[in-house]
Design a protein around this ligand. Structure first.
Ligand code: SF4
Ligand code: SF4
Length: 338
């Protein structure tokens, strides 16, 4: 495993590190097995979130007696001072520690900057927590390119790490992430497998690091086998060969017309279908053996199923990627039977 410094934080992190979303779909025993595997393979950076339900707590219990072997990162959706103070304490309690290495604003949108960095904003709470030695560094995750750009252009003195989707089919952040790296910010790739759309793990990870703009990637890992698979892929990074570039282009071509970016612009559906979730669950159901049952359960719990689509077409007019949503929903119905 190669270790790299995360921006200017001084933290030496495994290039392929751990995303904690899948932990919320498992149990404490599996979380322990996953953390054992992380330690065994030298994956030392662990990312979670207040919003990932039981993830912080399961990881905290699994870290007992070995906290010092890991770099801990988590994040909060809270935007105000008091709320962020509370969330830091909750995270510390969940992780059963007195120190979190990186605390991040979770999915910071353009509209939240004024509040977060204002006098009663969450940023002041994180600065105080850093002064008190409760956290080490302040970061942020983004889904919107405009928000990432603002953070890099105007807040690189305050935000030390940025996290953004980056993968074979989502490289819209390339230029801004390069700028972030040039300014000494740590760059973290989330959704390296494009939310379950990419099946070639090794190529997906290699592509990310061949870009030169990413310090670490944090694929979600829900089992010791997935940890081993990611760790194995980490040994083969380098420039992409002409054959690999061709495969990336073929993947882009294949997913180009049918790949949901989960931007949500298609909402509201006339009959209330949560369109991006329906696509996401189908991807997990068909491509991730370990998540098949989970995906089926989550789909079963959806209030409105793909089969309820009345084909009004309104969603397709709103989709910036011109996806054939009605046809794609038929595929979801085919997979789940409703
Ligand atoms: S076409 Fe189907 S999915 Fe799209 S808005 Fe209409 S009912 Fe909803
Ligand atoms: S607008 Fe298109 S890409 Fe965005 S969530 Fe809806 S279907 Fe997916």
């Amino acid at each position: 495993m190669k270790y790299v410094e995360l921006g200017r934080t001084g933290l030496q992190c495994a290039q392929v590190s751990f995303g904690g979303i899948p932990i919320q779909r498992s149990d404490a025993a599996n979380a322990l097995a996953v953390v054992d595997a992380l330690e065994e393979h030298g994956i030392n950076y662990m990312d979670s979130a207040r919003g990932y339900t039981v993830s912080e707590g399961y990881l905290g219990a699994a870290l007992k007696g070995r906290r010092d072997k890991f770099i801990l990162a988590t994040k909060s959706m809270v935007r105000d001072y008091e709320g962020m103070k509370r969330d830091v304490e909750t995270s510390l309690k969940n992780f059963q520690t007195d120190y979190i290495d990186v605390y991040q604003f979770h999915n910071l949108p353009l509209t939240a900057f004024d509040q977060v960095f204002g006098p009663d904003g969450a940023y002041r709470a994180l600065v105080e927590a850093r002064q008190e030695g409760k956290i080490g560094h302040i970061g942020a995750s983004f889904h919107g390119l405009d928000a990432l750009k603002k953070a890099v252009e105007e807040y690189s003195d305050k935000i030390e790490t940025v996290m953004f989707p980056f993968n074979i089919v989502e490289d819209q952040g390339l230029e801004v992430l390069k700028m972030a790296k040039d300014r000494g910010m740590g760059t973290i790739a989330m959704k390296p497998m494009a939310g379950g759309n990419l099946q070639d793990w090794a190529l997906a990870l290699k592509y990310i690091f061949a870009s030169g703009v990413i310090d670490i990637a944090i694929p979600g890992m829900g089992s010791p086998e997935e940890v081993a698979r990611n760790a194995a892929a980490a040994g083969a990074f380098g420039p992409l060969t002409p054959e690999e570039l061709e495969r990336c282009a073929a993947i882009r071509k294949e997913l180009g017309t049918t790949f949901c970016r989960r931007c949500g612009y298609c909402a509201p559906c006339t009959v209330g279908i949560d369109i991006p979730s329906a696509f996401l669950f189908r991807n997990y159901y068909e491509h991730y053996e370990g998540l098949k049952d989970w995906a089926a359960q989550r789909y079963a719990a959806m209030a409105h199923k793909a089969g309820e689509c009345v084909e009004c077409g309104l969603c397709e007019g709103r989709c910036p990627y011109e996806l054939p949503i009605r046809e794609m929903l038929k595929g979801v119905k085919g997979a789940f039977g409703e």
